[in-house]
Design a binder for this molecule. Sequence first.
Ligand SMILES: Cc1cc2nc3c(=O)[nH]c(=O)nc-3n(C[C@H](O)[C@H](O)[C@H](O)COP(=O)(O)OP(=O)(O)OC[C@H]3O[C@@H](n4cnc5c(N)ncnc54)[C@H](O)[C@@H]3O)c2cc1C
Length: 597
Amino acid sequence: MSIDDLRRFVHGTSLDAKARARLEEAVPEEFFTVPGGLTAPERHALTYERLRRAGLAAPPASELLADPPALCALLERAAIADPPLFHLMLLHYTLALGPILRFGEGQEGTRPVRESLESMASFGTLLMTEVGRSNSHLSPRTVARHDPATGGFVLSTPDVRAAKFPTNTAHPELPKTAAVYATLVHGGEERGVFVFAVPLRGPGGAVPPGVRIVPAPETTGLQVDYAAVLLEEVRVPYEAWLRDGAGIGADGAFHDPHGPAAARLTRSMGIAPPVWRAVISASAAITRASAGMLLAHSAGRSTLGRLAPRRPLTDYRNQQEAVLGALASAYALTAVAAHATAPRPSPDAAAGGDAGAGPATAWAPWSAVDRDLALLKAAATAQAQETVSACRVHSGAPGFAAVERLNAYRGLTHAYQNAGGDNELIRYDTARAMADLDRYAPPGPELGPPDDGDLDSPAVWLFLARDAERRMRDRLAGRVEAALDGGEDAFTAWNGNLALAARTADACADRVVLEILAAAAGDGPRALGPVLRLHALDRLERRASALLNEGVVPPGFLDEVWAARRRTCDELAPRAQELAAAFELPAPVAAPAAFLP
Ligand SMILES: Cc1cc2nc3c(=O)[nH]c(=O)nc-3n(C[C@H](O)[C@H](O)[C@H](O)COP(=O)(O)OP(=O)(O)OC[C@H]3O[C@@H](n4cnc5c(N)ncnc54)[C@H](O)[C@@H]3O)c2cc1C
């Protein structure tokens, strides 16, 4: 079994060496470090300058957006280099340019804004979330009104609670172009949520009339130039409306071939799948980097504990399982990312791809766009956050104080619990679709665990995951139905069951992930089998409380998981370096922190 097989698994086969090299050169090793002593605005300016250089060196934006593995590879590289660069790059390509290319297709008038973003003369920003209310995406209070006198639109934020926040618009000298999500009001009626392309800051950072930008205090979690934006009667031309086939005729009549307004919301949110693919890929990439760093910290480190002075740190099961578990989590997320970026039949090809085939939603628009991809985004960011945090803790003080990288990765995974579609809300909408059997079929019952319940067998992980998912769904559906039958309203019926709902969605995500791992273990290099098994065991351990609660497993289950994990770690320990080497981490990440003389 050669390391090349593992490398091929990690990097996939969709990009050839030349394409990969070009993307790597777009984010050169210099971008992996930030010089000391910068003020916050200088740091932000540096990130934008690097974004500009990356964008000019990479293939054209339209090519990247049409090629998910290439865009994801570029964004992965940015994520491990510098999380703020990833965040700004993601916004620029998928959330600013994405809607312009998609919804403004064929609109000649969008050419100037598109070209300014494609040439990196301006940076993209997203004005979607509003600060004062939860679930603001479902119904933005920022409105766009058609002005018959000019033929254009007037965009208005009604009050400060409807300010768009967060946005990356604070830097006073940098050009920004926004994708603004607003409710189009016409003829006294709300016509749905549409996107408008609006220059927010000109070449030197100047703000056009009516745009008010309020910089946020400096933060360190994911350092970008956050600001709130208020639009006070901002006038934009008709062509700023990314119409996506809708229009207002010469007679003033509004038409939307993709209406009614609720369908339009889902369609406008259909820009999310490229975001989710990139976030899942980046989650895998920073998990690989964190696992490599933890191994670098741990390997060869000696201990002084009195049970066995000078015993290597990784002889202790806790550290060994943390290191190997992190490597396994990285391989598992890599498999999930390959699954998410692989071509698949669009859930709604007829509607222009990606959007709108999902279930009805109550908490957020995301599951309606693509339930499975949204759920995988939530699962991948949750897993990455857990693993990256564990890598930080197991790297001790050097992992916190000697190098910023693990803190920065942790900031990124933490931010994306909310950003890119709030994980918690995605879980609730998933659970509701499961309970209602809305475009969801539960796993069928099976007689008992195959392979004598041997936890080494992928068939057994799948049996446990499917059994848990079915039982939880049935119980959730039964409880909500009973509450509704008993006269409770929908809010009360669901509100009493949110803990079970979140766990039920997790059970679905676990089953989907374990199916991906079982397939990868079957198709991939043989060396992958025990690695993915270790991750499956970690996942089953994490879910043991739910498995026990549902009666899927009896008391004593954890002892079995721990024994299987010890066996698997014994098998993997001699190969830890090889497993990390296959990640091919860039030198600045792979090298242990060395600032001491
Ligand atoms: C680092 C970062 C960058 C971002 N960048 C941008 C950007 O550039 N542009 C942009 O438009 N947005 C951006 N966002 C905003 C992001 O989309 C939102 O944070 C996210 O949708 C959550 O919305 P919220 O912040 O209003 O929080 P809330 O909606 O208040 O949600 C907070 C929590 O409250 C709970 N909750 C909320 N509603 C409900 C409910 N109905 N039922 C039960 N529980 C509920 C959930 O636990 C949820 O996690 C960014 C967010 C972060 C963290």
